[in-house]
Design a protein around this ligand. Structure first.
Ligand code: P5A
Length: 442
């Protein structure tokens, strides 16, 4: 992509409304635009990151055995009256009426709708386990939308829903999602700690929040430092082996970890003092087991091996991709801007032509642009005629993992400068080496 054609509305000034660094940097880097309180458009740079985050989530959901669907954002109120949540959900739910005066709502979550899909088709335990997920916009009329996409009113959620014959099956489904989450967050360069949590309006008695430690986090959290060294399961982890998955979950739930609502001073006191980590955190995922809370009132049952009807045992599993983009920035930035982990970077390489119009700089830049693109790298080529200082500032602000700087002095010697955004390390290397080195970036 040539920067001259790319819609990248960089802000020079720090936006006054932004209280935390991720919100400030997302606005400054032209990733998002606020449209109303707690509602944002995603501009090209932001959209590229959001898509990469969703793709990682999708791959890990699929790997664990879940199947992708897509449900509507607008839901009939009837379903929520069946479950009893229409009145319980309160003011966070945006209630709408259509032209026939039928009550609708903009979905804050989809337990009812997915239960309706399930009961429409599945009759036998032989069709279980089943886990259906979608990545869809949600609306919650939050009292205090703030911090940009971190706590917004309209936000993207990956929500998965599992259906099993009994508690044992449902617990195995819960465990699979637990392990998929560990892998998902790690692939985004994040260290997420699962913590026992309140279940709130979703319900049930078993729930974990996945928390990223960050000083700007909204929740106070307490955990054992051992979490920081626990191994995350590899790509080839066997999701069909319940015992193995259970063992991983046991390992990841053994040390103390709780959000402030669930904090237990007595248990905390048993953690050795040097191992106690009291910090703030951002909730990027939340998983729930709630058994028959929805299947019973909505009559979602299957025939078991005993020939009898059983209400299915369910769980639901959420991740906030839009919040995650902000959380990744909170975890990875410096005073000059964002530092994207390779896996979610909007482009791999910022190719900076320092002297557009200089025939050698133009020639080498074009050659590199073609070669990197050919090698499958995503390149943002700064071919604009700005000052070098401004170009460097933009490149640092938008935080692509590599910068390749093409200047008149370098090209005269057949060299370009390579800068690693994360470490700040710079190196002059021959053009052919740059092609070889960055052509192989994974
Ligand atoms: C689980 C999936 C649920 O809604 N039902 C379906 C369950 N859980 S949850 O914890 O309420 O939300 C899941 C994740 O969505 C993100 N999230 C938000 N992101 C941005 N702005 C918000 N206002 C917001 N509310 C929730 C979080 O990542 C949360 O973990």
């Amino acid at each position: 992509m040539r920067l001259s054609h790319f819609f990248l509305p960089i802000l020079k000034e720090n936006p006054r409304e932004a209280e935390i660094v991720s919100h400030r940097l997302m606005l400054r880097a032209g990733m998002i635009r606020q449209q109303a309180s707690g509602s944002f458009s995603w501009l090209p740079l932001g959209k590229r990151v959001l898509d990469k985050v969703c793709q990682i989530i999708r791959e890990e959901q699929n790997r664990s055995g879940a199947q992708e669907i897509l449900m509507p954002t607008i839901q009939p109120a009837d379903l929520w009256m069946e479950s009893g949540r229409y009145n319980d959900y309160g003011k966070e739910m945006l209630r709408i009426r259509d032209r026939q005066d039928r009550p609708l709502l903009y979905g804050p979550t989809n337990e009812e709708m997915v239960t309706d899909i399930f009961r429409g088709y599945v009759r036998s335990y032989k069709d279980l386990p089943l886990n259906l997920y979608h990545i869809q916009w949600k609306f919650r009329d939050e009292i205090r939308p703030r911090f940009g996409v971190m706590r917004s009113r309209e936000f993207l959620m990956k929500d998965a829903y599992s259906f099993d014959l009994d508690y044992e099956g449902a617990k195995a489904a819960y465990n699979r999602m637990f392990v998929a989450y560990l892998r998902t967050f790690q692939r985004m360069g994040l260290q997420a700690i699962p913590m026992r949590a309140e279940t709130g309006p979703i319900g049930g008695d078993l729930s974990h929040e996945f928390i990223i430690l960050a000083s700007t986090g909204e929740s106070a959290v307490f955990c054992h430092r051992d979490f920081l060294d626990l191994p995350v399961p590899p790509e080839n982890v066997d999701f069909t082996n319940d015992a193995q998955i259970d063992e991983i979950v046991a390992q990841w739930t053994a040390p103390y970890a709780a959000t402030d609502e669930m904090h237990d001073e007595e248990a905390w006191a048993t953690v050795p003092e040097e191992k106690r980590l009291a910090a703030r955190g951002i909730e990027v995922g939340h998983i729930f087991h709630f058994g028959t809370k929805y299947s019973k009132p909505m009559k979602a049952a299957v025939q078991g091996p005993d020939g009898k009807e059983h209400f299915v045992s369910m769980g639901s599993y959420g991740i906030g991709p839009t919040r995650l983009v902000a959380a990744i920035i909170e975890a990875s930035h410096d005073e000059n801007g964002i530092i994207w982990p390779q896996s979610v970077a909007p482009f791999d390489i910022a190719l900076i032509n320092m002297k557009v119009g200089d025939s050698e700089c133009d020639r080498i830049s074009e050659e590199l642009y073609a070669a990197f693109t050919e090698a499958g790298r995503e390149v943002l080529y700064d071919n604009t005629d700005g000052r070098p200082g401004a170009k460097f500032a933009t490149a640092d602000l938008i935080g692509l993992p590599w910068q390749v700087i093409v200047g008149p002095r370098g090209v005269a010697a057949g060299e370009v400068e390579l800068k690693n955004r994360a470490t700040g390390e710079r190196q002059n290397i021959p053009v052919s080496d740059a092609i070889r080195r960055l052509g192989a970036v994974s």
